[in-house]
Every structure is written in C-alpha cells, then in structure tokens.
Ligand binder design. Structure first.
Ligand code: PAF
Length: 284
C-alpha cells in the first residue's frame, strides 16, 4: 500500500475509525520530523506490534519556550517521508499549526508536579505543550499503541501518567535509546553539533556508564555517584553540566539512596547545544 499523507484531523479520524471497525491494531509514532535512527527504531516497534502504522510530523509550537528554537527546529519533510515509508509507515499525519490550534484554542493538559522538575525547571510550560499535543494526536489517530523513545525519559513518564489519569484507551510503549558507535544518544539536535562537539559529547554516556559501574559495585548514595560523574565530565573542556538527577522511574520522585528502578538523567551543554541523556537502572 503506498504511503498516504493526511493533513486534515477529521480525515485522519475518519480513517482511524474505519480501521478500528475492521479490527486493525493502530500503532502511532509521534514525531516533530527531522527523522533519524532513533525514530526509525520506534517505527520498527510499531510495525511489529500493530497492523497499521501512523507517524505524525508536527513541530508543536506550544512546547517551545519564547527563547527556544521553534523557527530554527530542523525541518526536512520530503526526506522524512521517504525514510518513514521505507521503515513501513502507512500514513503520515502532517497537520498545520492552524489545524491543531484553531483560532481561540484554549484547552491544555497539565500533568502536575512531574512536569515541574528536571526539564520542567529549565523549560516552563514545555510538558503542558507536549501533553496537550499528544492528547490531541491520540484523539485524532485513535491508536491502540503509541511508541515514545526513552531518550526523553521525563516525557515518557509524563505521558504514561496522562494516559492513566485521563483513561486514554491505549498503551504507551518505551523504545530504546539509539546511540552512535561512540555512545552519543542520537537526537534531532545533533545537526547543531560540529564533529568536535560530537567527540566531546561522548563523555555524557561515559558518565552514565560510570554511574552504572559504581552501582554494580554496591554504591547506593546518589551524591557520591554524582560527584564521580561530575569529575569525569569536567575533564572535557567546554562540556558544561546543566544538571544530573536521580529519580524513581515511573513517578520521577527524586531519590538520594538508590533502590528499585531509577532514572539517572543529565543535561550537558556543549557549544550551546543542550544534550539530554539517561539510563534506567535497577538498583536492587
Ligand atoms: O518527542 C517529540 O518529538 C515531541 O515532544 C512529541 C512527542 C512528538 C510531541 O510533540
């Protein structure tokens, strides 16, 4: 079946409804375009777990702050479509800003405390925009499953909470972080980094691997682990730590003494590019 590109929310809804009536399992991969290996891995998961795969491409203005890169955000619609079609996507939902936020639009989803920590402290309102657009995408594409990458770990946890709290009839699936051969987490913001910047960025995953090793060796005090991570990152000139954080996976409560599933996340700024990464470990 050739790839279809649908711009109108009502057409998308009508197609999703007819697929559901035929008993098809719909998988959704929401994206803002600039498709890379990380997205394609999410599409693979959707292809395996559903009969019909929808990928959305929509650079969502409500999740960008006033000083963020909405207009500069990489856009490559034609090559995105080629990559997604090759990966097995059946429909690309590509609405305009006016389709998603018509005049006098006034309804937003606020997932609460989880959105005010970590990235929420640096990007106020970001998760309100993410939750709102995802709620709309879920209502428009009517998926049975929606696949999101672990790379944006807080986003994933926030969306899982929204789906539970608002009884959306779908399952959120976590896709793995795709890394370059040197361990750098692949992201759309990579295109902003020079080869030198990418080389420096290796230290981010290096510090997460170090944390993992310390935990394997029995260290459970997050302050102690953080100090080792900071020392390693500081050894790379020009790598500036924004934050390092230890949070319980699922509800994102900060943890001092590690136990159970914990997300260790950090942001390092290299040449003005904010690079976000995490691992989720089980500290038994
Ligand atoms: O992760 C992203 O690309 C975006 O935050 C998402 C989930 C597509 C919502 O705009």
């Amino acid at each position: 079946m050739p790839l279809q590109i649908i711009k109108s929310p009502s057409k998308m809804q009508a197609l999703a409804e007819s697929l559901r009536r035929k008993g098809k399992i719909i998988g959704l991969v929401p994206t803002m375009g600039a498709i890379h290996e990380g997205h394609l891995r999410l599409v693979d998961i959707a292809v395996r777990k559903s009969d019909f795969v929808i990928a959305s491409i929509f650079v969502n203005p409500t999740q960008f702050g006033p000083r963020e890169d909405f207009s500069k955000y990489p856009r490559a619609f034609k090559s995105d479509c080629q990559k997604l079609e090759k990966a097995g996507v059946n429909v690309i939902f590509h609405p305009s800003v006016g389709d998603i936020y018509p005049e006098n639009y006034s309804t937003f989803v606020d997932v609460g405390e989880m959105t005010t920590i970590l990235e929420g402290t640096r990007r106020p309102g970001h998760f309100r925009g993410v939750a709102t657009v995802c709620a709309k995408l879920f209502n428009i594409t009517k998926p049975h499953i929606a696949v999101f990458g672990q790379k944006d770990g807080q986003q994933l946890a926030v969306l899982k909470r929204m789906v539970r709290d608002l009884n959306f009839d779908l399952k959120i699936i976590k896709g793995p972080i795709v890394r370059t051969s040197t361990g750098v987490a692949v992201s759309s913001r990579h295109s902003y980094l020079s080869a030198e910047g990418l080389e420096k960025a290796k230290v981010i995953y290096g510090s997460l691997k170090l944390a993992e090793k310390l935990i394997r060796n029995g260290i459970r005090n997050s302050r102690n682990i953080e100090a080792h991570m900071r020392n390693l990152i500081k050894s790379v000139p020009g790598a500036k730590i924004d934050y390092i954080s230890f949070n319980r996976w699922d509800d994102l409560q900060p943890v001092r003494k590690l136990s159970g599933r914990v997300m260790i996340s950090l942001v390092v700024i290299i040449k003005n590019v904010r690079l976000l990464d995490n691992i989720i470990i089980n500290a038994k």
